[in-house]
Design a protein around this ligand. Structure first.
Ligand code: PLP
Length: 371
């Protein structure tokens, strides 16, 4: 029985050809060629003014937050349900992540809870579009407007997600993407900073190049202490090939999501990623959550998947439950949902029979008595 991985990149002859070209020829005068091309393609795809390719999404967030002036004593509000990559730049800047609960249907930040957590020290709210599900951007942007606080979009998991005609990552003061090997579009490791705020762009561009401003004519003359989070030309070459295939990469994710939705969403006691009216879910990670009454837990699911030689990835644990933070038990959804949830395998080349195997496991688990 072949192993079913939860994720695996889709690398074709095109990616290999571009990467080979970059390795052979992308030096000297051409050392930024694929990087610039990748950035331009990304700007166009997302319909934003500026994009800066980075070594990771974490780096893009770090630089963007630094450029917003976030530092010691400041607070940044974010959902408790999250990967730590969104919180670590805040901590590394000396600020404090303030964890609030998620909504039970979208698993994204609860705007009401976010607004209630605002203090005079709040410097930003981060909207993370979890698993491709969209945050309530209208509500968050209105809160940002009311309080004069920027909304940052961590769209690492949301390439292809669309909110009332706008692509995820293009709506906040800035957006950040990840091209880690598990993401819909990959360069191995990598990320992108995007914004339509030209002043912020210039600042982050300088930060991304060790604080060297574009207009600075003196060589080796940084104007500020910056970062070194640049993407290499070889990674960008892979990114350029993936950009040419972006619609196909997203369409396949959505197709897999649709297959799961058709086959398992009608099972009693099961919930999947929502797709409310006016939105498109990029479907990075199809996810199932069982109602607590079913007695079905992530351990039961993982054991059943293991028997089928298939991966079942756990739902993000609440960050406030980690040893370096204070637990915030009132974030009830962030604490309870992971107990009865898993992410389903969804890589580009997964076959129909593999999808059938997964759906059958879920049906078998759901059909038994638990607890
Ligand atoms: C993957 C991910 C990141 C981190 O991306 P890197 O490129 O590994 O830094 C950040 N935020 C979220 C929500 C992610 O899923």
């Amino acid at each position: 029985m072949s192993r079913i991985y939860y994720t695996k990149p889709s690398i074709t002859e095109l990616e290999v050809r571009y990467a080979t070209d970059a390795a052979a020829n992308g030096w000297g005068d051409q050392c930024y060629q694929y990087i610039q091309r990748f950035e331009k393609a990304f700007e166009k795809h997302l319909d934003v003014k500026h994009a800066i390719a980075t070594s990771s999404c974490t780096g893009a967030l770090h630089m963007g937050m630094a450029a917003l002036g976030i530092g010691p004593g400041d607070e940044v509000i974010m959902a408790d349900t999250n990967w730590i990559a969104t919180a670590s730049p805040i901590v590394n800047l000396g600020a404090k992540p303030v964890f609030v609960d998620i909504l039970p249907d979208s698993w994204c930040i609860d705007p009401t809870k976010a607004e209630a957590a605002i203090t005079p020290r709040t410097k930003a709210i981060v909207a993370v579009h979890l698993y491709g599900n969209l945050c309530d951007m209208d509500a968050l942007l209105a809160i940002g407007e009311r309080h004069g606080i920027p909304i940052i979009e961590d769209a690492a998991e949301a390439i292809g997600s669309e909110y009332h005609g706008k692509l995820a990552g293009s709506m906040g003061r800035f957006g950040a993407f990840s091209f880690h090997g598990t993401k819909t579009l990959t360069t191995g490791e990598g990320g992108m900073f995007v914004t339509s705020d030209s002043e912020l762009y210039e600042h982050v561009l300088a930060l991304s190049n060790h604080g060297r401003m574009r207009g600075q004519t003196k060589q080796f003359w940084p104007d500020m202490v910056g970062f070194k989070y640049k993407m290499s030309n070889i990674q960008a070459a892979i990114g350029c090939a993936q950009m040419e295939r972006i619609h196909d990469l997203i369409a396949r994710k959505r197709q897999i999501f649709e297959t799961y939705r058709q086959q398992i969403s009608s099972i009693p006691g099961i919930r999947m990623n929502p797709e409310p009216e006016g939105t498109i879910n990029g479907a990075w990670m199809p996810t199932i959550v069982f109602e607590p009454e079913t007695g079905i837990t992530w351990e039961i699911l993982q054991a059943a998947f293991a028997k089928e030689n298939a991966d079942a990835r756990v739902f993000f644990w609440p960050l406030s439950g980690l040893s370096m933070f204070e637990p915030v038990h009132e974030n009830v959804h962030s604490w309870s949902i992971p107990v009865s949830a898993i992410n389903l395998p969804s890589y580009h080349d997964i076959t129909e029979s593999e999808l059938d195997r997964i759906c059958n496991v879920i049906r078998r688990v759901a059909g038994k008595k638990h607890g």
